[in-house]
Design a protein around this ligand. Structure first.
Ligand code: SF4
Ligand code: SF4
Length: 115
């Protein structure tokens, strides 16, 4: 099991979660961040700091966001286990499902707009 980042992060990417991760397993893509499933220790430190509630424990990902469990895992399929995001630096691409999304920066997320 692992934590995953879902669609509310797309085009937000404020990186608050990175500051909290004790094992540096949150990697920066072009439009969102991704959690490495083999490096995440399930500590949960990142989840409460996300301002748009984009981070979920894998089993708790909402049904309409469930494909992001696969999106996070597949993002790393050709990167292997890096042993820390700092070693790879920003990865200038996204999972194809994310790359094809329309720009979301001006769209108010129902999750983001919650008080
Ligand atoms: S805190 Fe949330 S919105 Fe910010 S980069 Fe992390 S997952 Fe994305
Ligand atoms: S659950 Fe812990 S180890 Fe996993 S990404 Fe979040 S802060 Fe990092």
């Amino acid at each position: 099991m692992t934590f995953v980042i879902a669609s509310p992060c797309v085009d937000v990417k404020d990186k608050a979660c990175i500051e909290e991760c004790p094992v540096d397993c949150i990697h920066e893509g072009e439009r969102m961040l991704y959690i490495h499933p083999d490096e995440c220790t399930d500590c949960g430190a990142c989840e409460p700091v996300c301002p748009v509630e984009a981070i979920f424990f894998e089993d708790d990902t909402p049904q309409e966001q469930r494909h992001f469990n696969t999106v996070n895992a597949e993002f790393f399929s050709d990167l292997g286990t890096a042993g820390g995001a700092w070693k790879l630096g920003p990865i200038g691409r996204d999972h194809p499902i994310v790359a094809q999304l329309p720009p979301l920066g001006d769209v108010a997320s129902p999750i983001a707009s919650k008080p």
